[in-house]
Design a protein around this ligand. Structure first.
Ligand code: NAD
Length: 482
């Protein structure tokens, strides 16, 4: 049992203002495995005041980018030293499989930190423009950032905000989700050990009311949010009131287009990984699989066989491919879509319920629906569980039209033996990221959504820019900018 009874504010571990706590329940054992303070509006006020003071009075915002890069590298070193502990913690708090925790949940945030340390050292924070009329164009930190994150990839999503915000010279208040708040405490310890000045990072776990208090706080300059589209819309509306900067990474309903020339085995193997990633609890999961009518049955047979071969169960077992869903509520939500799919006329050709033999844990069988029309709700709404809808298309133009017929635009993939054809398809699909044959993105490639999948981009220089304000200083001719 991991008990944290203090909040990290102003560089110190302080007692929370109230006595309420958040119990963190293991999705596998359904037992309470951790406890953290439930942040109140008074805690949020204190954390924002610490971040504001650290920003306004320094020294962080006035350090050189190279100095900030050194601190960021030291945070990465501490997390790297604690990587096994962190991977086990994330599996325990939100149920992702041991393999996913060891190979993604922990290493990806560490490499994100390191890539922002490198970028801080090379980014042109200042440049001179013009000749007769001359301006110094200066990129300054946006100020105090509120970072609000979900539970599914808690440390990675946190780092997609914390790393660029640190590189930019911002200070911040991080509000982890109530479901998976524990890894944020390890991050706070790492920042403390790395010598991050007090008040630069503050951590206050909490739910909706703490979140709204943070979003509407007048001393917060920017809100960086990852979560559901419904909450993102609400946050954008709250930010609009005072025109606070806001970036939103929201939901998805990504389509994989399997072209007729795609080799079956490799495509099925790749799609099993991308569709059921993190037990389906991933914003980029390929949950609509588009297959031509000619190859539909052949593909479905192979995909169903692959799905049945996935081990469902104990997330700490390295042979497990599908762990439990994060909460009883999330399982209930996924199960309601399993029922809805049948009501809409789709057929669950494998899965469709709870796996046999699991007496506890919030498990759902990986499920493949066929007979799906893109107008059905199971094809339009984000389910956030291991549920795939296979949709038949007439020709590649029809496939692109189906892929684009979505309120979302986060990710997608095309599967083909001809990479050039794949890239042509990629250019026609309106999403922020796309993959040919399941290729991984470069770590410096921007990530974000078209349409209702979000606003703004994270990672790479685009991610850094969203933590910077741009100022143009006109300089008289007699003085050259330094
Ligand atoms: P959620 O929207 O319910 O909550 C996300 C965070 O917002 C949590 O910390 C929550 O406490 C907080 N919150 C809830 N209501 C709030 C409010 N009114 N004001 C301020 N904060 C509030 O999402 P979730 O269930 O935690 O996570 C799943 C969702 O996250 C999925 O929709 C998924 O697609 C999305 N997601 C998106 C990305 C991406 O990068 N696009 C990555 C991961 C997850």
């Amino acid at each position: 049992m991991q008990v944290r009874d203090r909040l990290f504010i102003g560089g110190e571990w302080v007692a929370p203002a109230g006595g309420d706590v958040i119990d963190v329940v293991s999705p596998a054992s359904e037992q309470v495995m951790g406890r953290v303070p439930a942040g109140t509006p008074a805690d949020v006020d204190r954390a924002v005041a610490a971040a504001r003071a650290a920003f306004d009075a320094g020294p962080w915002a006035r350090t050189t980018p190279a100095e900030r890069a050194d601190v960021i590298d030291r945070v990465a070193e501490v997390l790297d030293r604690r990587k096994d502990e962190l991977a086990a913690l994330i599996t325990a708090e939100m149920g992702s499989t041991a393999l996913f925790s060891q190979f993604v949940q922990v290493p990806a945030p560490i490499s994100t930190l390191r890539s922002y340390a490198r970028l801080a050292r090379t980014f042109a924070f200042e440049e001179e423009r013009g000749s007769r009329a001359r301006s110094l164009v200066v990129h300054e930190p946006v100020g105090v950032v509120a970072a609000i994150v979900p539970w599914n990839t808690p440390l990675l999503v946190t780092m997609s905000k914390v790393a660029p915000a640190l590189a930019a010279g911002c200070t911040m208040v991080l509000k982890p989700s109530p479901e998976a708040p524990l890894d944020a405490f390890v991050l706070a310890e790492a920042c403390q050990e790395a010598g991050l000045p007090p008040g630069v990072l503050n951590v206050v776990p909490g739910g909706r009311s703490a979140g709204e208090h943070l979003v509407t706080h007048r001393d917060v300059d920017k809100v960086a949010f990852t979560g559901s589209t419904a909450v993102g819309r609400r946050i954008a509306a709250l930010c609009a009131d005072r025109l606070a900067r806001v970036s939103l990474e929201l939901g998805g309903k990504s389509a994989a287009i399997v072209l007729d020339d795609a080799p079956l085995d490799r495509t099925v193997r790749g799609l099993l990984g991308l569709s059921y990633v993190n037990s389906g609890q991933a914003c980029v999961a390929q949950t609509r699989v588009l297959v031509s009518r000619d190859r539909h049955d052949e593909f479905v047979d192979a995909f169903v066989e692959g799905t049945r071969g996935l081990q469902v169960g104990d997330p700490t077992d390295t042979a497990t491919a599908i762990g439990p869903l994060v909460s009883a509520r999330q399982r209930g939500r996924v199960e309601s879509y399993l029922t809805l799919g049948q009501q809409e006329g789709a057929k669950a050709v494998t899965g469709g319920g709870r796996p046999e033999g699991q007496s506890c844990g919030w498990y759902v069988e990986p499920t493949v629906f066929t007979g799906v029309d893109n107008g059905m709700r199971i094809a339009r709404e984000e389910i956030f569980g291991p549920v795939v809808a296979v949709i038949a298309y007439d020709d590649p133009d029809d496939a692109v039209a189906i892929a684009n017929d979505s309120d979302y635009g986060l990710a997608g993939s095309v599967w083909t033996s001809d990479v050039d054809t794949g890239v042509e398809i990629a250019r026609r699909v309106r999403t922020g990221t796309y993959s040919v044959n399941g290729a991984a993105q470069a770590s410096s490639a921007p990530f974000g959504g078209f349409k209702q999948s979000g606003l703004g981009r994270e990672f790479g220089p685009e991610g850094l820019r969203s933590y910077l304000e741009v100022k143009s200083i006109a300089v008289p001719g007699e003085r050259r900018p330094s």
